[in-house]
Design a protein around this ligand. Structure first.
Ligand SMILES: Nc1nc2c(ncn2[C@@H]2O[C@H](COP(=O)(O)OP(=O)(O)OP(=O)(O)O)[C@@H](O)[C@H]2O)c(=O)[nH]1
Ligand SMILES: [Zn+2]
Length: 294
């Protein structure tokens, strides 16, 4: 047995491409996973048994526990998401942004907000935008694919992560992926011709290894629109607003930070310590949950 650990970067019709120490192996999976109802998935850390070193073929023997498990796109062990938006065209959807953030907080991944198409902003909208994101509890990168502005700031964050881009339609996710993939992609195509893609091929998201940054990135963006996670309700919603943590010294222990007196969160909003848009979105989403219960 020649067992090595690696990561699944691509899955096609029951075959898996696994990178182990920078070499890509073409693998089948042991049937035993099917009995346990676990399907190997792109992003999985696995052990493979190399059955032919020259042909680079192996069998997946073990799937390690997943730290995160995404359904759309099908990806495991994502460590970081970039929520991509534009301010003007299309107009920014703040409710979607905050719902995505809540869901990613539930999943426990790092979050970075990217505002693309900054080339379209005049001075007035730049000022508005800066104000909107003042004291925002996550990194916000203002970029432009068109003007190649701050793309490096995104690239720097890719190191040692498995990253995924998401956001609504038309904001420039594919354009961003294209500039990032340019010349950074590991040459992995030598194995691709081994399987001819049939008409019914299901193709999942693929991870691209960026050697310059030693990071993986999903080649297809996800989460174009979103339902809020089923784990969230009006009572625990506040726990997923990380910006409230330092200010929840409220008079009432069960304070929901809505109309209660002596609320530390509301006070922090008033004195500008908590971002107003974040708080307004919290109230909006809270009220929607409350109405649903009626
Ligand atoms: N002005 C400007 N336009 C951009 C920029 N980046 C992308 N675009 C344009 O925005 C449009 C949408 O870009 P895409 O990359 O297809 O956007 P997407 O988010 O992948 O869209 P979907 O595939 O619908 O999810 C295209 O016409 C791009 O040329 C930018 O930085 N500035
Ligand atoms: Zn409160």
């Amino acid at each position: 047995m020649n067992i090595v650990d690696g990561i699944i970067v691509k899955a096609i019709d029951g075959f898996y491409y696994v990178i182990c120490e920078k070499v890509e192996y073409f693998c089948k999976s042991r049937k035993k996973f099917r009995f346990k109802e676990i399907e190997p998935k792109v992003g999985d850390n696995v052990s493979i048994n190399i059955i032919d070193k020259d042909k680079k073929e192996g069998v997946i023997e073990k799937i390690y526990d997943r730290t995160t498990d995404f359904i759309r796109p099908q990806l495991s062990n994502v460590t970081q998401v970039f929520i991509v938006l534009s301010y003007k065209e299309p107009k920014i959807n703040l409710e979607l942004l905050n719902k995505l953030i809540i869901n990613f907080e539930v999943l426990g991944v790092k979050i970075c907000v990217v505002i693309n198409k900054c080339d379209l902003h005049d001075e007035e909208s730049s000022i508005e935008l800066n104000k909107l994101f003042e004291k925002f509890p996550y990194d916000v990168l203002f970029v432009s694919v068109k003007d190649n502005l701050n793309i490096n700031c995104i690239k720097e964050k890719l190191s040692k992560n498995i990253s995924c881009f998401c956001g609504p339609s038309g904001v420039g996710k594919s354009s961003l992926l294209n500039v990032i993939f340019d010349k950074n992609v590991m040459e992995t195509s030598e194995l691709s011709c081994k399987i001819k893609r049939g008409r019914h091929t299901t193709r999942f998201s693929q991870l691209i290894y960026l050697k310059d940054f030693d990071g993986y990135i999903a080649d297809t963006p996800g989460f174009t629109s979103i339902e809020i996670s089923k784990d969230i309700n009006q009572y625990n919603l506040k726990n997923y607003f990380i910006d409230f943590y330092n200010y929840d010294n409220c008079k009432f222990r069960e304070c929901n930070h809505i109309t209660e007196h002596g609320c530390g969160v509301k006070h922090a909003v008033e004195i500008g310590e908590i971002n107003k848009m974040r708080y307004d979105m919290y109230v909006k989403i809270y009220n929607k949950f409350k109405e649903k219960r009626r």
